[in-house]
Design a binder for this molecule. Structure first.
Ligand SMILES: C[S@@+](CC[C@H](N)C(=O)[O-])C[C@H]1O[C@@H](n2cnc3c(N)ncnc32)[C@H](O)[C@@H]1O
Length: 402
C-alpha cells in the first residue's frame, strides 16, 4: 500500500503507508521527503586550497556559494557531479553535508586535542576533524565494520590526512584504549628496556604491505567469521596508524595498555564524537534509495520496532562508553541522522539520568546556524525544510568533576 507525501511545490512522492505511519508516530512531517530535488549538496574545501576555487568552478561549470555560517563549506545544486573534477580527484575537496560539518564544528577542535571518533566510517567527519586538528594532537577512529573502516583508511590516504590518526576495528560500546598522550608529548622517544624485553613487537612505520604472517592470520580470522560479528571480548584491531599518531616506536603492550577509570578523568580524550548508528530517516537521499532496494526492505531496516529498540539501546551504550573515555572538562558531541525522538532526545534523557557527571552544553556557534532547538533545550535539529541540509540531531555534553 502506498500513501503520498506532497510538498510546497506539489511534487508527490509515493511512500509506503507503514513509513508514513512511522513518521506520524514520531511527529515527523512527511513533506520533507519531497525536498529531495532541492536539497543542495555540500563540499568542504581543504584549508590551504582556496586559490583553486575558480579552477574548480570552471571545471564543473557552476558558481559555488560559500556558507557564511560554516567556514570552508560550499553549496552546490543537487544535480552537479564532482567526482570527475580534478579538485576532487586530487583530494582538495570532499563531499560532506553542512549539518555533519556543524556537528564536527560543535566539538570546537583546537590544535593539540586528542579526539576520539567512536563511529568513524566511512569517514567524512573524521577527515574534517583531522583538518581542524592541524599539527599536533591525535585522532582515534573506531568502527565495528572492518570493510567500512578500510574505506575510511583509503579516504585518509587520498586526502593526506592520516599522519595523526589511528584506526581500530572495535566495538565502540566497549572500546577502552586511551590516547597516547605521554608518548606524543615527549619530543624524542626511545623504546624503554621493558618494552624491548616484552615479547610483542615494536610498531614500525605503517605500510599497506603487511607481512605474510599477519596476512595469513587476518585471512584465517575472516574464514572463521571473526569480522562478521566483532565480539566485545576481541582485542581492537589496529588497521592503520599515521607516522605522528604516537604508535610508531611503541610496543603492542603499550598501545593496548588499559588504564583504570580513575586515570581516564585526567588522561582521557579532550573531545569525543559519537555519530551513532541509526535508522538514517533524516537523510532523504538514504530513504530515496529504498525505491531501488524495494520498499519492503524499509520495514526490516527502519520500521521494525524491535530493531528500533535495539538501536536505542546501542546508541545509549555508545554514548555512555564515549563519555567514559572523555576527560573531565572535555566535550562530547552525540549526533544521529535520524529525526525520531526516541533515538535523540530519548537517548539523551536516559543518558543524563544515568550519568550525574554529565551536563548538556550550549553550542555557542549555533546562534548563526539554520537549525531549530530539539525538544530538550540546548539540543539542535537540522532538517531539510528549514536548514536545507540533510536531517541531523546534535547534542553536546561536558564531564564535570564529582
Ligand atoms: C552514521 S554512521 C557514521 C558516519 C561517520 N561518522 C561519517 O561521518 O562518515 C554509523 C557507523 O557506526 C558503526 N557502528 C555500528 N555499531 C557500532 C559499534 N557497536 N561500535 C562502533 N561502531 C559501530 C557503523 O558501522 C557505521 O559505520
Amino acid at each position: 500500500m502506498e500513501g503520498q507525501a506532497s510538498g510546497p511545490d506539489d511534487k508527490i512522492l509515493p511512500l509506503p503507508d507503514e513509513f508514513i505511519e512511522f513518521l506520524n508516530e514520531n511527529g515527523l512531517d512527511p513533506s520533507i521527503y519531497v525536498a529531495n530535488d532541492s536539497t543542495p549538496r555540500y563540499i568542504r574545501l581543504k584549508p590551504g586550497f582556496e586559490a583553486h576555487i575558480e579552477e574548480f568552478e570552471s571545471e564543473i561549470n557552476c558558481k559555488l556559494e560559500g556558507l557564511s555560517w560554516l567556514p570552508n563549506f560550499y553549496c552546490l545544486p543537487p544535480d552537479i557531479r564532482i567526482a570527475s573534477s580534478k579538485a576532487y580527484q586530487e583530494g582538495k575537496i570532499y563531499g560532506i553535508d553542512a549539518a555533519s560539518g556543524a556537528a564536527v564544528s560543535a566539538l570546537d577542535i583546537t590544535s593539540g586535542d586528542h579526539v576520539l571518533d567512536l563511529c568513524a566510517a566511512p569517514g567524512a567527519k573524521l577527515c574534517m576533524i583531522l583538518d581542524l586538528l592541524g599539527g599536533s594532537g591525535s585522532v582515534t577512529g573506531v568502527d565495528i565494520a572492518q570493510h567500512r573502516l578500510a574505506a575510511c583508511r583509503t579516504m585518509l590516504q587520498k586526502y593526506a590526512l592520516g599522519d595523526r590518526c589511528r584506526l581500530f576495528v572495535a566495538d565502540g560500546t566497549t572500546f577502552s584504549l586511551l590516547p597516547l598522550r605521554v608518548r606524543l608529548n615527549s619530543k624524542s622517544f626511545e623504546p624503554t628496556e621493558s618494552m624491548l624485553e616484552g615479547k610483542s613487537e615494536i610498531y614500525k612505520e605503517w605500510t599497506s604491505r603487511r607481512p605474510w604472517k599477519e596476512r595469513r592470520k587476518a585471512s584465517k580470522a575472516r574464514e572463521n567469521g571473526a569480522y562478521k560479528l566483532f565480539s566485545q571480548t576481541q582485542d581492537p584491531e589496529l588497521i592503520y596508524y599515521g607516522r605522528d599518531s604516537g604508535v610508531v616506536g611503541l610496543s603492542k603492550n603499550k598501545v593496548y595498555e588499559h588504564l583504570n577509570d580513575c586515570k581516564v578523568s585526567k588522561y582521557g580524550y579532550d573531545k569525543v564524537l559519537v555519530d551513532a548508528e541509526c535508522t538514517h530517516d533524516g537523510s532523504i537521499r538514504h530513504i530515496q534509495k529504498f525505491e531501488q532496494w524495494g520498499w519492503e526492505t524499509l520495514q526490516r531496516r527502519v520500521l521494525d520496532a524491535e530493531r528500533t529498540d535495539e538501536l536505542t539501546a546501542l546508541q545509549l551504550q555508545l554514548l555512555s562508553n564515549g563519555f567514559r573515555l572523555l576527560k573531565v572538562g572535555g566535550s562530547l558531541v552525540y549526533s544521529t541522522c535520524s529525526l525520531t525522538v526516541s533515538q535523540n532526545e530519548g537517548v539523551v534523557e536516559n543518558f543524563l539520568s544515568q550519568n550525574k557527571s554529565a551536563g548538556l552544553l550550549e553550542i555557542d556557534s549555533a546562534r548563526t546556524w539554520p537549525c531549530k532547538s530539539g525538544q530538550i533545550p540546548k539540543t539542535l535539529r537540522f532538517d531539510p525544510n528549514t536548514s536545507c541540509t540533510s536531517g541531523l540531531f546534535v547534542a553536546k555534553f561536558t564531564k564535570w568533576e564529582i
